[in-house]
Design a protein around this ligand. Structure first.
Ligand SMILES: [Zn+2]
Length: 377
């Protein structure tokens, strides 16, 4: 079958690279950030607003859409793009991670997982065949294989077993792959280098349109996560897109891009926005703080988003404290714009051979205002 996806590397600076990923519905400049649209909506944003801030692809969650409204309904109304009025590319995850992280009960079997819905307690079964069927109904541009997300910590034996299951399921997903839909494999292997290598070799033997790194940010220390990213990134084929799943903290993104990663998704900008934590060119701030009570300045004087152009910190603080709906909209608009702008500037830096300066400058900013529990809760 002809691949639905073309990937071209444009510039390289060390292991970091810029590229263009071409799909039938549009092109994506990499390194790319994909806003997360869990329930067929990027919370608080309209599709037009997402396009305005430069989003070229968004992520949809198979697990959530399967439970509500159900993939049959989305198929009946013309697929996910039409359902949510988004005509640019969509990547759907396979549900593997949510089955692992959200369901109260999960029983892993040979061909999939029985799990209890976090919504109403009903029992369901998803395996590779079901995950591919759901993603076919959704009609996403890029589908992900159904994987077994290995918990942390895991013994070597457990991680090996889990990895073998993921490889078997990846083979089945490849077999059931949908016409017109690109398919990415997912690297597992916990924190064991040998298992990560084995996972990559197994996936390469099957052959995918792109390769994702999964099973990180599941409770392991940051240093361990970074070591795994640095180890795994360069082992993935250079002529295919590389995707680090679910990780979007700037520090982690910088490590990953330095290791040759091209795609990211994370709820950080949107979830933090709704909690009043905003990213700025001088670090992250909590808008509820008393110091902003009568602050008539913009949230970030260096940001060109519509929130920073039109509203003061005092107003944003007031909206947040009175729990106004507009608070979520304006905060999300800024945080997502800030993310898209960060990635734009990072691509420019790589293209002009200045990624290491970019990284150092940002590491200094990020170190100056480390995240606190209060802000990320
Ligand atoms: Zn802004």
């Amino acid at each position: 079958m002809v691949s639905m996806l073309r990937f071209e590397v444009l510039n390289e600076d060390g292991s970091s690279r810029t590229g263009i990923l071409s799909l039938a519905r549009g092109c994506i400049h990499t390194p790319a950030f994909m806003p997360v649209g869990t329930n067929a909506t990027v919370k608080a944003m309209s599709p037009d607003e997402l396009k305005e801030i430069g989003a070229e692809i968004i992520l949809g969650n198979t697990y959530h859409l399967y439970l509500r409204p159900g993939h049959g309904i989305i198929r009946a109304v013309g697929g996910l793009h039409r359902f949510m009025n988004w005509d640019l590319p969509i990547l759907t995850d396979s549900g593997g991670f949510q089955v692992y992280s959200l369901s109260a009960l999960r029983v892993i079997e040979e061909n999939g997982v029985h799990f209890r819905s976090h919504v109403d307690g009903s029992m369901h079964f998803i395996g590779p065949a079901e995950a591919m069927e759901i993603q076919r109904a959704l009609g996403s541009d890029i589908a992900m294989v159904f994987d077994d997300c290995t918990p942390y910590p895991a013994t070597y034996e457990y991680a090996l077993d889990s990895l073998k299951r993921t490889l078997k399921w990846a083979r089945m997903c490849r077999e059931f792959r949908n016409e017109g839909q690109a398919l990415f494999g997912i690297v597992q292997g916990s924190t064991y280098r040998e298992l990560r290598t084995m996972s990559i070799e197994g996936l390469l033997g099957i052959g995918f349109d792109g390769y994702a790194v999964g099973g990180l940010s599941v409770g392991e220390p940051k240093e361990v996560m970074h070591e795994m990213i640095r180890f795994t990134g360069p082992l993935l084929p250079a002529d295919k897109p590389r995707y680090l799943m679910g990780i979007g903290d700037f520090t982690d993104v910088l490590v990953a891009v330095e290791s040759g990663v091209d795609m990211f998704d994370c709820v950080m900008p949107t979830r933090n926005a709704r909690n009043g934590t905003l990213f700025t060119s001088t670090g992250r701030i909590s808008i509820k703080r008393t110091e902003y009570k009568a602050d008539k300045g913009p949230l970030d004087p260096n940001c060109k988003c519509s929130t920073c152009t039109h509203y003061s910190r005092a107003y944003l603080r007031h909206l947040f404290l009175t729990r106004e709906i507009l608070s979520m909209r304006l905060n999300t608009m800024h945080n997502l714009y800030f993310y898209m702008d960060f990635f734009r500037k990072m691509r420019d830096a790589i293209a002009s051979g200045k990624f290491s300066e970019f990284r150092k400058r940002w590491e200094a900013v990020l170190a100056s205002r480390p995240e606190t529990e209060e802000e990320i809760s």
